[in-house]
Design a protein around this ligand. Structure first.
Ligand SMILES: [Zn+2]
Length: 647
């Protein structure tokens, strides 16, 4: 292609996201991690290809489209933009965005299906499973609800059988085991390696790869009552995007260098089924599959029902893009589960970004401005290079090699810390007062400037906009994102005229922030309905024991001694009764006369204000602090004889 050696090629993929999902922090995390890695590798001189996209077939899309009265294609054409929009907002530098409904992909899936069928690795059989008829979908045993019910609609599942094509993956299992034994580094982190190996050494069954019960999918070539099952279709996207069918040369260039980043929940698809498919196709296996953990929010599992799903659009709006990107990669050891909390994010902004990085830039530029008229002096670079720089480039590289983003960030911030310490140790403000220390001051200022020039390059992959702002303030030309680490040489920045500008990251006043957050929370709670008080569950018999009948108020009069009660005479058709009711605040006696109500007739008689009350009228009240604010009587909806039983 372009003469670059093969080890300088780097092809990285996110999973293709299910297009019907609302993009959340998990999607943002995977994609930011891939973006940071891509940007880093580009600055290491690699020919990078970074792919993301959307998975657009399947029953759920079909059902959602039917509900909206549009075609599935029209639906996915609309909603895949949610992801495209987010990647724009998150400054994602993907080279391609693949959609599984694109023609380029459909042709590849059909070609691969046909090839595997012709070589006998796809064969016809019978698929049997638990099926939800209304949802038109099979439910794997692992996700069934209690008593074999559908996890989506709760209805009972039925066993169903249908004709299906199967992929003979089992045939290639020994070959895959051998590969992983030789390449344990192909599954990261290592804890996932053991999980995959024990699965492979168990019983790996052939996988069903087609459905006749599904309509929204890619037709099986030559047998169009079948469509290709979604995961088989989806995995192939990685091959489609680099020209498996249309550009064999490009494919050969990128394919052996492929890395898949995935969430730990889809590791079997990527470390077992996909490699088995590749072995059947005679293609090289991926360099590595990197599985990351899940996010909790303030220590709790993220879920729609809890309402704690983190919206990346909102986080960027509230805290800025680069702080959000930095936080996600810094906060969690890669591969582990991580906890998202806005308080921790604010902490990182104040300590790492405003204090460590922001202050280093601010203090250094200030001193170059005051002591040397804004021009970086020439000076001896040895002390700075060994004291500050150390082996940060090598350390960052080895962390990035194993996708340990958090370790890479720690290395970079240790380097920033050394530069800050260098200021405290050399005390330039003292040197500036002694004319015979001018050369020493020159060296200190130049070394600090060089530390910042390197810092801008080191942080560029994770906080690209910040790097560009630093670059401009350092008075440098060009785009730091297009620089190469190997070309960096400590000391070359002497003579540059700086352009000091605004503070990089304003500190967040934690007290003010907390106050604002609490006020907002109160306001949100105020808009919600007050908490419900519920009674304990009862048996139907307990309910049946309450006798309620339709009655009509025939007379209403005040009780002189009572502010709350009326004395009512009600007609049940078969008898008349006297009832005392606490509804005086809400009705006049005139309003009540003739009203049809529901009366509890078997309540023990009670004496109220000296009057015996024989029954209770049903009413619904809006209560504030235990007192009824407004009240309405429960009345029968339509004509019904007095005395009719309510049940
Ligand atoms: Zn269902």
């Amino acid at each position: 292609m372009d003469g670059k050696t093969s080890e300088k090629v780097f092809y990285i993929t996110t999973p293709i996201y299910y297009v019907n999902d609302i993009p959340h922090i998990g999607h943002a995390y995977t994609t930011i991690a891939c973006d940071t890695m891509s940007r880093y590798k580009r600055m290491k001189g690699f020919d990078v290809h970074f792919l993301t996209g959307t998975d657009e077939h399947g029953q759920k899309i079909q059902a959602a489209a039917e509900k909206q009265g549009i075609t599935p294609q029209a639906l996915v054409d609309k909603i895949h933009l949610n992801f495209k929009e987010l990647w724009k907002v998150l400054n994602i530098s993907n080279d391609d965005f693949i959609r599984t409904t694109e023609d380029r992909h459909i042709r590849v899936v059909q070609a691969i299906f046909k090839k595997l069928m012709e070589q006998g690795d796809i064969y016809k059989g019978t698929y049997e499973g638990h099926y939800c008829v209304p949802c038109e979908t099979y439910v794997p045993e692992s996700s069934m609800g209690p008593n074999q019910t559908c996890p989506d609609c709760g209805r009972p599942l039925t066993m169903m059988k249908e004709e299906s094509y199967f992929f003979r993956g089992s045939k290639y299992v020994p070959q895959l085991i051998e590969h992983y034994e030789k390449h344990p580094e192909a599954i990261l982190p290592h804890i996932r390696y053991n999980e995959v190996m024990s699965f492979l050494r168990g019983e790996v069954r052939d996988q069903s790869v087609s459905r006749t019960t599904l309509k929204w999918g890619i037709p099986v070539p030559g047998d169009e009552k079948h469509v290709v099952y979604v995961w088989f279709d989806a995995l192939i996207n990685y091959a489609t995007a680099v020209g498996y069918l249309d550009a064999p040369e490009e494919f050969r260039h990128y394919w052996p260098a492929v890395r898949h980043m995935v969430g730990k929940d889809i590791i079997r698809f990527h470390c077992v089924i996909w490699p088995l498919m590749l072995l059947a196709l005679g293609l090289p296996l991926p360099q590595s599959v990197i599985a990351h953990g899940w996010w909790t929010v303030d220590g709790e599992k993220m879920s729609k029902s809890k309402g704690n799903v983190v919206d990346p659009f909102k986080m960027v709006k509230d805290y800025g893009l680069d702080p959000f990107r930095y936080f996600l990669l810094r906060e969690v050891p890669f591969g582990n589960d991580g906890d998202f909390s806005e308080a921790a994010l604010v902490g990182r902004i104040n300590s790492d970004l405003a204090n460590d990085l922001g202050n280093l830039l601010n203090r250094t530029l200030q001193m170059i401005e005051s002591y040397r008229g804004g021009v970086v002096p020439e000076g001896n670079n040895e002390s700075g290079k060994s004291n500050i720089m150390g082996s940060v480039l090598e350390n960052v590289d080895s962390a990035m090699e194993s996708f340990a983003f958090d370790d890479a960030m720690k290395e970079i911030w240790a380097f920033i810390g050394r530069a800050n310490k260098y200021i405290d140790e050399t005390m330039p403000w003292k040197l500036a007062k002694e004319p015979d220390k001018a050369a020493e001051l020159d060296a200190v200022l130049m070394n600090l400037y060089e530390a910042l020039r390197l810092a801008a390059l080191l942080v560029a992959p994770v906080v690209p906009q910040t790097a560009q702002r630093m670059w401009a303030q350092l008075g440098l030309e060009g785009d730091p994102l297009k620089m190469l680490y190997d070309k960096f040489s400590w000391g070359e920045g002497a003579g540059t005229k700086i352009r000091k500008a605004e503070v990089l990251f304003p500190r967040i006043d934690v007290k003010e922030w907390q106050k604002a957050k609490e006020e907002k929370k109160k306001m949100e709670e105020g808009n919600k309905a007050p908490a419900m008080e519920h009674e304990a569950e009862i048996e139907i018999d307990a309910f049946k024991a309450v006798e309620m009948r339709v009655a009509q108020i025939v007379k209403a009069e005040e009780i002189p001694k009572s502010r709350k009660l009326y004395k009512l005479e009600v007609d049940l058709g078969y008898e008349k009764r006297t009832v005392c009711s606490g509804i005086k605040a809400f009705f006049t006696t005139e309003e009540l006369k003739g009203k049809r109500v529901i009366l509890v007739t078997n309540l023990k008689p009670a004496k109220l204000c000296g009057i015996e009350s024989n029954g209770m009228i049903l009413a619904a009240a809006v209560k504030v602090d235990g007192n009824a604010e407004s009240l309405t009587l429960v009345t029968p909806d339509g004509d019904i004889p007095l005395g009719s039983r309510v049940s």
